[in-house]
Design a protein around this ligand. Sequence first.
Ligand code: GDP
Ligand code: MG
Length: 160
Amino acid sequence: VFCRAYIPGVRERTLVAVKPDGVQRRLVGQIIQRFETRGFKLVGLKMLQASEDLLAQHYASLNRKPFYPSLLRYMNSGPVVAMVWEGHNVVKSTRMLVGDTNPAEAKPGTIRGDFSIHISRNIIHASDSVEVAQAEIALWFRRSELMEWECCDHGSVYQL
Ligand code: GDP
Ligand code: MG
């Protein structure tokens, strides 16, 4: 069968969301392209206006920060594009693709380093650990919204 569970971590998944500023600035296509060309597999994708309840759960660990109210207003200000990407080491690799939280610290070549300037408008979210990714995917997506499929180039991206 197609299950390649013997390659450790290949089925790792992470939650990525293009934030309202990224959608407004029409960066969705370029952001998706970076994950596709890297070789990761898209297994979930939707556009939605995130509810305050969803955002409060998503950012629960930050609810005592001074920027928390403005963060929720920002994230609720328009539609976001949420996605789930799958592949070997995808959580860590995605954080590297995305770059530092503060775009002023993000390296050129990273998504934040190339497309954003200020920490309050850093255009993209990515889960920061495998455990957090699992919780965030369960929060943002139903199981039926996640696709199981095989990339035909799997043997060229991974050693079989
Ligand atoms: P991330 O995992 O890199 O997104 O960073 P965090 O989990 O620490 O923070 C979540 C989000 O809150 C960031 O992406 C920013 O949008 C926002 N944020 C974090 N720190 C600050 C800050 O000091 N000021 C403002 N205005 N927003 C912040
Ligand atoms: Mg975070």
